[in-house]
Design a protein around this ligand. Structure first.
Ligand code: SIN
Ligand code: MN
Length: 208
C-alpha cells in the first residue's frame, strides 16, 4: 500500500517462519561479541532503544557513520549478513524501486522494550548522493506492534500514525526519503506468541 509518493507499507510481508529466523539472528547479534548498546546522543540524552549497527556504525554524538564505535567501545561494526541484504533488496523491489539501484550496505538494528520509543527525526546522515537519488530506507518490524509516526519534509508538517506490526515492511524512498518519522510507543504483548519475543526489533537498511 502506497502511503505517499515513494512510501510503502507492506503488512505481514514476512511469514512467521521468516520472522522466527530473524528473531534468532537479531538475538545472536544483539547479545554477540559486539553487543547492542544504549547510545547517548549529542546533548547527553540516552536513547530509548538498544542499538547495533551493521556494515557501518552510526555515531550518535557526531551523527556520522564510521567503521568502529568511537562513541562507545571502539569495536568495529559487524558485517551486514548476506541474507539480510537480499531481504532488503527484495522489499525495495516489491515497492517498485527498480529505477534506483538499491544495495544496502548498512543496517541499524534497534530493540525496543515496553518503554522503547524514538523521537521524530529525518534519516539524513547517508551520503549526499544516496539522499539526492532518493535511495530508499527499508524497515522491517518484528515483535510487538509500534505506533509509527510518519510526517512530511518539515518538522511542523502533519504526522500520520501507522501501527507497524510483526512482519511488516515499510519503505521510504524517492520524494519521501527525507520525511520525518519516529516511534511514539510500543504496544506490549502484541508480538505473535510463536516468536516468544517480548518487545520489538526493527531493522532499517540503508545504502550509504
Ligand atoms: C528509525 O527511524 O530509525 C526506526 C524506526 C522504527 O523503529 O520503526
Ligand atoms: Mn529513522
Amino acid at each position: 500500500m502506497e502511503i505517499a509518493p515513494g512510501a510503502f507499507h507492506f503488512k505481514r510481508h514476512l511469514s512467521l517462519d521468516a520472522q522466527r529466523t530473524l528473531v534468532a539472528e537479531c538475538r545472536a547479534l544483539a547479545d554477540g561479541p559486539v553487543p547492542a548498546y544504549v547510545p547517548i546522543v549529542r546533548g547527553g540524552g540516552r536513547m530509548h532503544v538498544r542499538m547495533l549497527c551493521l556494515g557501518r556504525h552510526w555515531n550518535g554524538k557526531t551523527y556520522a557513520y564510521e567503521p568502529a564505535r568511537s562513541d562507545f567501545d571502539d569495536l568495529p561494526a559487524p558485517p551486514l549478513p548476506d541474507d539480510w541484504k537480499t531481504l532488503a533488496r527484495d522489499v525495495a523491489r516489491a515497492a517498485g524501486m527498480t529505477g534506483i539501484a538499491f544495495e544496502a550496505d548498512l543496517c541499524i538494528l534497534n530493540y525496543y522494550d515496553a518503554d522503547g520509543r524514538m523521537g521524530t527525526h529525518q534519516d539524513k546522515d547517508e551520503s549526499e548522493r544516496s539522499l539526492a537519488a532518493g535511495v530508499p530506507v527499508v524497515s522491517i518490524s518484528i515483535g510487538d506492534t509500534a505506533q509509527f509516526l510518519f510526517g512530511g519534509l518539515r518538522r511542523r508538517d502533519p504526522v500520520e500514525k501507522l501501527p507497524l506490526e510483526s512482519g511488516d515492511a515499510f519503505v521510504f524512498g524517492g520524494p519521501s526519503r527525507l520525511r520525518f518519522h519516529g516511534v511514539s510507543r510500543i504496544i506490549p504483548g502484541t508480538a505473535p506468541p510463536e516468536l516468544e519475543l517480548t518487545g520489538r526489533f526493527n531493522l532499517t537498511f540503508r545504502q550509504y
